[in-house]
Design a protein around this ligand. Sequence first.
Ligand code: PAF
Length: 299
Amino acid sequence: MYWHILGAGAIGCLWAAQLCQAGHPVSLILRNPSRLDSFDGQLTLEHDGQCRSFQLAGCLADSCGPIDRLLLTTKAYDVVEALHGVAHQLRPGAQIVLLHNGMGPQQQVPELYPAQQVWSATSTDGAWLREPFHVVWAGRGETRIGRFDAPGEAQLPDGLDGLELQLLADPAIELSLWRKLAINCAINPLTALHGCRNGELLSTPQIHRQMQQVCAEIEQLCQQRQLKLFPDGVLAAAEQVARGTAANYSSMLQDRRNGRRTEIDYITGYLLDSARQLGLALPENERLFKQFNSKKTNR
Ligand code: PAF
């Protein structure tokens, strides 16, 4: 079944290749004419040292034709604007799947587009771009997909059959998104501010103490919101991820180093907004957020 994908980063390209491989036609909606010019209609998927190429269409929002199924894999801060850009092409009842780091748009989009069916997803697949439109699937993970606006429903969007990706219909997607948010709050700002690999959060005592404080505050918020995220607590879960990805540079550090805007407003920013609504102060997270925003060029 036909899919449109908006956001040709690593995850967007991974999904495009997976959908093609499973026999679903795909169009990549590209942001501007120069990006479209740079796309020769071929996407390469590299996995376990083997490369496979797929032919697919590229288009701009105005020429992509009617959309029945849309996967949005832009950065969190681009989701709403990107969606507005293709809104005129959405068929009534079209399926929209949001897959990005951070939180905010998952709640906003169903409110803005009540005529569409909106799913939110979170993934632990590891992927990176060797070059534009050449994706390396570096680590198999799982993708949980569910309706933020309809908790309890456990149905995947249609048109995802035959994918090699591990997909799980999640009736409690908000909780899964909070899990990912907590991990991102514990790892991303600290690694980005200290310019360190994920593993150094554990091996550098001063940074580890900050990580402990960040996690203790998240724990406090979760208690107030009655969110039970991890059986052994946020710190243990974040330490496990930092250990498992010890050699990696977090996505936020990479964004910062490349002079790109980061997703801090949708990660720590979302956490702080959520705490503020309950009248709760999270001083260490607040301090990190301010420190981040004071270095404007690096946002
Ligand atoms: O954003 C990232 O880099 C990743 O989500 C995570 C889990 C922090 C590991 O690097």
